[in-house]
Design a binder for this molecule. Structure first.
Ligand code: KG4
Ligand code: ZN
Length: 345
């Protein structure tokens, strides 16, 4: 009789920005628990994430988050096979809380420690919601800190085809939101407002759409929005925030779609995945879906909870690193600027 393979249970920790999250993940793609404690209400008051406060808040809640993650998964620490943790990129103080916590757990439990790249985690969120998904595929990573078109060759093997030359896509959403008086994080606010606006009302540039590469630039678009708002104020011409939000989203989506579909066509890959916080945007989800349907490209987008920061995606990536035996020693550090195609292990 064939022996059943032992389940691999990974405890994963994510603390790279303003979410303290711990998850228990079975065999890479089955999420037993995914607890997320968000600090948004604290940082909202300052209009953005305050790094020092973020680190302190992670320390305050991480024990409680761990207890809840184990409880929901109906597991104890004795059931855990390995500890996965985000070790970069992100805010160094915030990352260090998760890394130190993971190291002490690995040491006490005598279990392997698995270092995970945060963006690798975002991409792997797709494996959780789409059980059939296998590399190779193209991934459009759009988060608060990154905008990349990535060629995912295999598990743990990435080639960055293009990226933003300045601001990240999410950063542009947050800055534009701030310009029109919306609270942090601005992405979800713009998303809501845009539903009531006219996307053709305000002419905005499609920056770098004509360049023969896969790169982006969002700072020019952000400046164009700022100039439009200032000029309108000076000339006493009123506009609707709803129209600005919708026109901005359309300008972002046009460039994202054009360059990503070009990457799929040029590489001949027929599968595209979205990843990162901005892939929670309803208009971008819709627009990319329409373009993929037209081009006969299979699209995978994580569920909303798995688009923004969470530890389940780190547990999924951790599992595939576990299979390869990519373990860290207890002198693992946090790397705020860690690159995806140059994982520093
Ligand atoms: O991936 P994420 O949670 O953290 C980083 O790794 O950066 O992304 C956060 C970003 C923020 O800029 C936030 O405004 C944006 O994702 N975001 C959205 C939406 N939900 C979150 N942007 C547009 N529309 C949304 N619905
Ligand atoms: Zn993230």
């Amino acid at each position: 009789m064939e022996e059943k393979q032992k389940d691999i249970i990974i405890l994963a920790i994510e603390s790279s920005c303003d979410e303290t999250s711990i998850a228990v993940v079975k065999n890479g793609r089955e999420v037993l628990s995914n607890i997320i404690s968000s600090q948004i209400d604290t940082h909202k008051f300052f209009g953005g994430v305050v790094p020092e406060i973020a680190s302190r808040k992670h320390i305050e809640v991480i024990d409680i988050v761990l207890d809840e993650a184990l409880k929901q998964a109906n597991k104890t620490l004795a059931d855990i096979d390995a500890i996965a943790v985000t070790y970069g990129p992100g805010l160094v103080g915030a990352l260090l809380v998760g890394v130190s916590y993971a190291k002490s757990l690995a040491y006490t439990l005598k279990k392997p420690l698995i270092p995970v790249h945060h963006i690798e985690g975002h991409i792997y969120a797709n494996y959780i919601d789409n059980k059939e998904l296998q590399p190779p595929f193209i991934s459009l990573v759009i988060s608060g800190g990154h905008t990349h078109i990535v060629y995912v060759e295999d598990y743990g093997k990435f080639k960055i085809l293009g990226k933003t030359r300045d601001d990240a896509c999410g950063e542009a959403f947050d800055k534009v939101a701030r310009t029109i008086g919306l609270s942090y994080p601005g992405g979800p606010e713009i998303d809501k407002l845009a539903k009531m606006g006219d996307k053709n009302a305000i002419p905005l540039p499609r920056v770098m759409i004509d360049t023969d590469d896969y790169d982006f630039s969002f700072s020019g678009l952000k400046s164009a929005v700022l100039n439009f708002v200032n000029k309108s104020k000076m000339t006493n011409i009123s506009f609707k925030n709803e129209d600005l939000a919708a026109s901005f989203q359309q300008a972002v989506a046009d460039v994202l779609v054009f360059k990503t579909i070009k990457a799929c066509k040029d590489t001949g890959l027929k599968t595209l995945t979205l990843a990162g916080g901005v892939s929670a945007n309803s208009f971008i989800r819709e627009t990319v879906k329409e373009a993929c349907d037209k081009e006969n490209i299979k699209l995978s987008i994580p569920s909303l909870k798995l688009c923004t920061d969470n530890a389940a995606m780190i547990g999924c990536a951790g599992y595939y690193e576990y299979l390869k035996g990519n373990f860290a020693t207890l002198d693992l550090n946090a790397y705020p600027n860690l690159k995806l195609d140059n994982i520093a292990m």
